[in-house]
Design a protein around this ligand. Structure first.
Ligand SMILES: [Zn+2]
Length: 223
């Protein structure tokens, strides 16, 4: 009886072993390094549209948009990658190697669509093996673009492509280098309403991306 009492009293004065604190509230401690790849290259600049006195190509539009509008809004460092000139497979392999060397984990390839004047809105080209986190990013982008006033194509903007589709080579090359990669086509350069909407509010357009990217990558970026 005395012994039992002694143990109880002793336990009152001995500090309990501290519990191991785990970061269970942090969604994913994995570091991310993000790259934005400008569509096409300086020699073959991709599709074009006219707005006022200016003609914009995919290459020129995104080079300006990413550097001037999107990067300043981000709470993390991101790489901007330009494609070299040369054959398509050379471009794909060079970009994939650059991303691999930089330790890039996620890559967003920026293009705009072009078709008849009626087609409009946002879509993202993804592969069968694109991760669920990337699909979540696409879904969040699609709701941002909807609020901005753009149409959203397919199911939340997600268009799964196969080897017959433009862009498959780039996504495959990146994916072979362990980069989770998608192609973003937020609007149609062939649709006047899309162009007017985006060009009249470039800051708002950039904010759509920034809201989603900051939400996903600001805390765990290793860029
Ligand atoms: Zn393109």
């Amino acid at each position: 009886m005395l012994k039992k009492l002694f143990i109880i009293i002793k336990n009152l004065f001995i500090r309990p072993t501290p519990k191991v604190v785990t970061n269970i509230n942090k969604p994913n401690p994995k570091k991310e390094t993000i790259a934005f790849v400008i569509g096409h290259n300086v020699d073959a600049q991709g599709a074009e549209f006219k707005h006022g006195n200016y003609t914009y190509s995919e290459y020129e539009f995104y080079k300006r948009f990413l550097n001037r509008y999107l990067l300043p809004l981000l709470d993390f460092k991101a790489h901007i990658i330009e494609r070299p000139t040369g054959s398509y497979s050379h471009q794909c392999n060079s970009v994939a190697k650059k991303c691999f060397d930089l330790g890039v984990t996620k890559s967003f390839n920026f293009h705009f669509n072009s078709a008849n004047h009626r087609a409009n809105g946002f879509e993202a080209l993804v592969l069968e093996k694109t991760t669920s986190e990337m699909l979540q990013v696409v879904q969040e982008l699609s709701s941002e673009f909807k609020s901005f006033g753009l149409n959203v194509r397919h199911d939340n903007g997600i268009n799964r492509i196969d080897s017959n589709h433009n862009g498959y080579g780039m996504l495959s090359a990146l994916s072979s280098s362990y980069v989770d990669a998608i192609i973003l086509e937020p609007f149609f350069g062939s649709n006047q309403n899309d162009i007017d909407l985006v060009l009249s509010n470039m800051s708002g357009f950039a904010q759509c991306f920034a809201n989603v990217f900051n939400n996903h990558f600001a805390e765990k970026n290793d860029g």
